[in-house]
Design a protein around this ligand. Structure first.
Ligand code: NAD
Length: 497
């Protein structure tokens, strides 16, 4: 299927009004793969107008009918699984299997959204007071927008789009400019599924397009996923413009390993969670907290072995991990590795030594003896770099997590149910894994962190996703026998009786 790289507005492909474009590169070959419009305020305005004119029809469409369109869309995603996964791998660099798994997680959320008639039933109190019924309606917010990061070009957009559309909103997606082709194909499939024109619109671009979305008075809600500085900016600017905003930011996820854990199993699990997708996952494990030197020594040996054995390469060479997303990002990661060495951490495995004649590749790096004041601990690296921090007690591990400014996920590896339960109650992060290194919740639960990993009160998907994309209206109704006749005005607030 040929994929248009134009904007998709009101059911029609369009270039940007200004004619400006952004180049997209294949990170494994450094070749230009396509060009997309660099959208300005005028383009965003066109998308808002299209979404506004489609809103009355779509919001009045019964939820069950909206759900049926999404079910057809689900079938089309499955039918085009190979092509979507291929586009993700080519532009992002992750392996085909990982790209396909990403699409599966996206489809999980879509399936959750297909249950929207059940999810929008609201609440009803018959006889809430004498002759009064009280009930709630969950109404669409209106025109909503989504701004998404490069690392999950299909999954994160579909976290938002699936639930927003199911709830009766119309939508504008501004995907990452680094890997825009999977979202472009997804737009085409939404149209093929029978979604009316203007209900979903795709606008390509970068920071200027995002600011135009944040400032536009016709947009009621903005859902964002990306790095913490941009998440904070989106939350502040969007909220100041009167919008509802949820903005998910960066992460530094810790895995605490206690002495009673099975070290072979732990090392295998952590290596996958740290180096999979070249560490470019917001739920990647980037810090191992070894409780006791014996644990530290055992993990250092085992993790070194894993890190050295992983194959790095382009997705068509069956690698374990691919390149980083851009040359600039690779430079940033290399700079942090250099700083770790300078600050005195022990670089047990040095991925900088591996040679690649082209592409933004970096082989796995493993640091031991990392201290909390080092830049490699404090900053989100977002690359194949794992840090071992050694602490002397379980409480020290908990304190370390609590002091970290990020709060996306954390995990504990132990055979002790009692400590695992304590960890679930006290680990200061939004998501927790018990012997599970990447605790991404299933679609019908909510995904989100705390502290600088999430701005705004509502998480992604699950019940919070439905709350974010709906406005609650609560009705109190009575039908007295006679509406006219002698009545004395009651100036007190009515009591419930
Ligand atoms: P990013 O913040 O650079 O970009 C995200 C989006 O914001 C893109 O669409 C981009 O065009 C736009 N953008 C970039 N700079 C902007 C600016 N100055 N003003 C306005 N908009 C701007 O993030 P990225 O590099 O694409 O993605 C990686 C980051 O996303 C990591 O920090 C990762 O942890 C985070 N992430 C978080 C989650 C989560 O659930 N918390 C999930 C995935 C990724």
């Amino acid at each position: 299927m040929s994929v248009s790289r134009q904007n998709y507005i009101g059911g029609v492909g369009r270039d940007s009004v200004s004619g400006r474009v952004i180049k997209v590169f294949n990170p494994a070959t450094e070749d230009e793969s396509c060009r997309i419009p660099d959208s300005s305020r005028e383009d965003i305005d066109l998308a808002v107008k299209a979404a506004q004119s489609a809103l009355p029809g779509w919001s009045a469409t019964p939820p069950v009918s909206r759900s049926r369109v999404l079910m057809r869309f689900r079938e089309l995603l499955e039918k085009n699984r190979n092509e979507i996964s291929g586009l993700i791998s080519e532009e992002h660099g992750k392996t085909r299997e990982d790209a396909s798994a990403e699409l599966s997680r996206a489809i999980d959320v879509l399936e959750f959204a297909c249950g929207i008639p059940q999810l929008l039933k609201g609440e009803h109190s018959h006889h809430a007071s004498s002759s009064i019924d009280c009930w709630s309606m969950m109404l669409p917010v209106g025109v909503c927008a989504g701004i998404t990061p490069f690392n999950f070009p299909a999954m994160v957009p579909l976290w938002m789009v699936s639930i927003a559309l199911a709830c009766g909103n119309t939508f504008i997606l501004k995907p990452s400019e680094k890997d825009p082709s999977a979202p472009a194909l997804i737009s085409k499939l939404l149209q093929e599924a029978g979604l009316p024109d203007g209900v979903f619109n795709l606008v390509h671009g970068s920071a200027d397009s995002v600011n135009a979305i944040l400032d536009h008075p016709g947009i009621g809600a903005v859902s964002f996923v990306g790095s913490t500085p941009v998440a904070r900016h989106v939350y502040e600017r969007g909220s100041a413009a009167g919008k509802r905003v949820q903005a998910l930011g960066g992460a530094k996820n810790h895995a605490v390993v206690l002495p009673d854990a099975d070290m072979d199993m732990v090392a295998e699990q952590i290596a996958g969670a740290a180096y999979g997708s070249a560490g470019e996952r917001c739920m990647a494990i980037s810090v191992v907290v070894a409780v006791g030197d014996d644990v530290g020594d055992q993990l250092a040996d085992r993790l070194s072995e894993h890190a050295r054995s992983l194959k790095v390469g382009a997705f068509d060479t069956q690698p374990d991990l691919g390149p980083l997303i851009t040359m600039e990002h690779r430079e940033k990661v290399l700079g942090l590795v250099d700083s770790g060495v300078k600050e005195g951490a022990q670089l047990l495995v040095d991925g900088r030594e591996a040679f690649f004649d082209k592409g933004y590749f970096l082989a796995p790096c493993l640091f031991d003896a990392v201290e909390p004041d080092m830049a490699i601990y404090q900053q989100e690296i977002f690359g194949p770099v794992l840090c071992i921090v050694r602490v002397s007690s379980y409480q020290d591990a908990l304190d370390l997590i609590a002091a970290n400014p990020y709060g996306n996920g954390s995990a504990i590896f132990t055979g002790s149910g009692k400590l695992a339960q304590h960890f679930c109650e006290h680990a200061d992060t939004g998501m927790v894994g018990v012997n599970v290194p990447i605790p991404v919740p299933v679609a019908w639960h909510c995904f989100g962190g705390i502290k600088q990993s999430l701005f705004g009160p509502l998480h992604m998907h699950g019940p919070d996703g439905v709350r974010f994309f709906t406005r609650m209206r609560t009705v109190s109704a009575r039908w007295p026998e006679k509406l006219t006749g002698q009545r004395e005005a009651n100036l007190n607030i009515p009591e419930v009786k």
